[in-house]
Ligand binder design. Structure first.
Ligand SMILES: CC(=O)[C@@H](O)[C@H](O)COP(=O)(O)O
Ligand SMILES: NCC(=O)COP(=O)(O)O
Length: 248
């Protein structure tokens, strides 16, 4: 079964339009966890354009107090500030992403071979028996990239599904993107890595993704589910995404 982690970046971004505390990031976390999401994902960027450091601590306190079974997944570039935040907050999963602070959003995975020594040292620093380390992975990382990812000591890779999500009006290109993702997923599973996936997954594109790329442990979804929640409400949206994941 593929688990759903709801990314709350977009909720925080909406809140940040005003110097007011709503929509509440912890309030929406409660709603999505009560509706059956398995966890919460955040990607605190250095400019705090959406998730703020304080949100990370507030969410951590909420999950520990009220949702001890839920997974907290924190994504980010492993700067010294980020690593110190992870050590303070102690989430169950950390997803390392090779983002430049100026990037509008995540748009590529790691160069596993080129950054192998750096990633190995970060993974060694963050790894604990009760914490997973996942590495953001290009859809076409291939067997050599996956071998280098495995050599860092990471537990999982997260397949970057942005190029697939961008094919919403081009079914043939979408099929090609899925074939590439499926190859990399297969190679990762064969290497003993778990596989997560995320970026621009939606209610529309999830079923084909699930059918073509079996074995994905967790998807993290933010932009698409927030867009749907504006129409259906977050509880309904979580139910619909869980159904799309379970229908496989
Ligand atoms: C790592 C990743 O896949 C991203 O999807 C990220 O969490 C999205 O970041 P933004 O919400 O800042 O675009
Ligand atoms: N890791 C991907 C993620 O958390 C959500 O990405 P998106 O659904 O906001 O594109």
């Amino acid at each position: 079964m593929t688990l759903l982690s709801v990314n709350l970046n977009a909720v925080a971004q909406l809140r940040n339009r005003r110097n007011l505390p709503w929509p509440s990031v912890t309030g929406i976390a409660r709603v999505v966890l009560d509706a059956g999401a398995s966890g919460i994902t955040v990607h605190p960027r250095p400019d705090e354009r959406h998730i703020r450091r304080t949100d990370v601590f507030d969410l951590s306190a909420l999950l520990r107090a009220e949702y001890p079974e839920a997974e907290f997944n924190i994504e980010g570039y492993p700067s010294e500030d980020f690593l110190a935040l992870i050590e303070d907050v102690d989430p169950q999963q950390v997803t390392l992403v090779p983002d430049d602070p100026a990037q509008a959003t995540s748009d590529h995975g790691w160069d596993f071979a080129g950054k192998g020594n750096f990633l190995t040292s970060v993974v060694q620093r963050l790894k604990r028996s009760d914490r997973r380390i996942s590495l953001f992975c290009d859809p076409d990382a291939g067997a050599a990239g996956i071998a280098a990812a495995k050599a860092t000591g990471a537990d999982r890779v997260e397949l970057f599904t942005g190029p697939y999500g961008a094919c919403h009006d081009d079914p043939e290109q979408a099929r090609q993107e899925l074939a590439v993702l499926a190859e990399t997923c297969k190679a990762a599973l064969a290497a003993g890595l778990g596989v997560n996936a995320g970026h621009d997954l939606t209610l529309d594109n999830l079923p084909a993704f699930q059918a073509a790329v079996p074995g994905v442990a967790e998807v993290s979804i933010g932009h698409g589910i927030t867009a749907d929640a504006l129409v259906m409400g977050f509880a309904e949206a979580v139910a619909a995404y869980r159904k799309a994941l379970a229908d496989r």
